[in-house]
Design a protein around this ligand. Sequence first.
Ligand code: SF4
Ligand code: SF4
Length: 310
Amino acid sequence: MKPFEAMIADPALTMTEDKLKILQVNVGSLCNLACKHCHVDAGSRRTELMTRETMQHVLRVLPNFETLDITGGAPEMNPNFRWLVDEVARSGTHVIVRSNLVILKEDGYEDIPEFLADRKVEIAASLPYYSENDCDRQRGKGTFKAVISMLKRLNDLGYGRDESLTLDLVYNPGGAFLPPAQSDLEAEYRHRLREDYGIEFTHLFTITNNPIGRFGEFLRRTGNFDRYMKRLCDAFNPATLAGMMCRFQLSVGWDGRLYDCDFNQPLGLAIDEPQNISELHHIRARKIKFGNHCYACTAGSGSSCGGSTA
Ligand code: SF4
Ligand code: SF4
């Protein structure tokens, strides 16, 4: 397989834009679920959590960005989650929270939907499929029903119905294959969720499983790693290069280390300089750290945290 970077003919596309749009922060690997496709290997035994001190540095550099995208783990499980959301919402910066929604059914988290709605926070919720069997197989028994009931509650609050309360759903394949076309699948999800449960949502994002973390281990264990990499490589689409999410964002790990994206975090592919958000004072265009896992972002219609890119 050709090294990924050798596929990029235009050197400008190996760099970030001068002006970045999104600051993505991974506030910890602690999670109430342990999904098969998880690229960060999150779970209930993980102890890494971003401190308030690191979050204060996030707030310091935030004026350089349009959006703060909060991810994890289950970001709600970080004890400083509400504080961070409050501070950012007060500053007027747009906030996205990536939630598995199941956590919002647990004790101590039940009032978070209202908390997020009051602050007009965009919610990006993982729903790997609209059928119980497929969803539970990937995320654990009972997760589908929990998500469906939480989606209904979010709809009641105006999420997915009111223009100011954006509710995105995130699909990822249940195995070693590429997602279908995003617009077709969005229409399918909309029809099924409306007909079967009366649920509305704003957008559906399709994300290609990245061959790292728990999903990478699964591919190796089942002897599918090489076949999956070949599938990604064969589907390389140069039209997706300009829209790679790393070109418009900076990603912060739980300990403040800086990366081009959330996929580079578990691989330890940190940016060269500065190494930590506490040392970040000027945002400049930088060379992106690529690896062969990047083929997952450029296969077919492309893939990013905001869905397909081409
Ligand atoms: S995919 Fe999301 S919800 Fe599932 S274990 Fe990973 S962080 Fe948790
Ligand atoms: S994996 Fe990260 S660095 Fe590689 S193309 Fe995707 S967003 Fe960019």
